[in-house]
Design a protein around this ligand. Structure first.
Ligand code: ZN
Length: 232
């Protein structure tokens, strides 16, 4: 079943500890942490210390999304902090293959992110190195934006290439994920849904209940997809 990766950028930061406790109680297995450098995107978010303190206290898979130039310079700190997945943006480095290999050599999973304007074909020569492909559903840097529909086409393409080439990368969608596009992502074989302001942190019934409710929606969508014989 697809995994929910609640993005902490959308959490109530004044109550981050209790929000994480609620996610743990609800059975969340992963959390998504955006790290920005103020250059690749004009914003800041979390840093390595945040990753480290969460790693010390919780057993979540730490899904770190690096929106930073020169991503290679942060690998040592991310490894020391306890990151499990490190995703960098394809256009943030001219050496994506070397970088993906270095992430894996440090015992972490290597993810590569694609912005909304970038076609899947840009990944042709690096797909085999990736443990995960992150498809941005909005422009990176700010939460709460509306989902860009062509994201779905890219998920579909990535799933097809994965099947055709016998590859095993996971497909993650990040940005603008809501109850309407979630089933569409699942139909196209998305594996990880980054859930934020329109999902787990929508502030309707509290994080625990909103997580459980979102997971029920995923289960239903997955079941419908299986029943329809994976038709898209
Ligand atoms: Zn992200």
């Amino acid at each position: 079943m697809p995994i929910v990766s609640p993005t902490l950028a959308c959490a109530d930061l004044l109550n981050l500890g209790s929000q994480l406790n609620m996610l743990a109680e609800a059975g969340a297995s992963m959390v998504h942490l955006d790290i920005m450098d103020g250059h690749y995107v004009p914003n800041f978010c979390f840093d390595f210390n945040t990753v480290g303190v969460i790693a010390q206290k919780y057993s979540f898979t730490l899904d770190v999304h690096l929106m930073a130039e020169h991503p290679e310079q942060y690998l040592e700190q991310l490894q020391a902090a306890g990151a499990d997945i490190v995703t960098f943006h394809l256009d943030a480095t001219p050496f994506a293959i070397r970088l993906a290999r270095e992430i894996k050599a440090r015992g972490m999973k290597a993810g590569i992110a694609l912005n909304p304007s970038q076609p899947v074909s840009l990944l042709n020569y690096v797909l085999e190195e990736a443990d995960l492909i992150l498809v941005m559903g909005v422009e990176p840097g700010f939460s709460g934006q509306t989902f860009i529909p062509s994201t779905l086409k890219k998920v579909e393409e990535l799933a097809k290439i994965r099947r055709d080439k016998g590859l095993s990368y996971l497909i993650e969608v990040d940005g603008g994920i809501d109850d309407v596009n979630t089933p569409e992502c699942i139909k196209r074989e998305c594996d990880i849904l980054v859930s934020g302001a329109f999902g787990v942190f929508r502030g309707r019934k509290g994080v625990r209940e909103d997580f459980l409710e979102y997971e029920r929606l995923i289960k239903t969508a997955q079941r419908q997809m299986e029943l329809s014989g994976m038709e898209v």
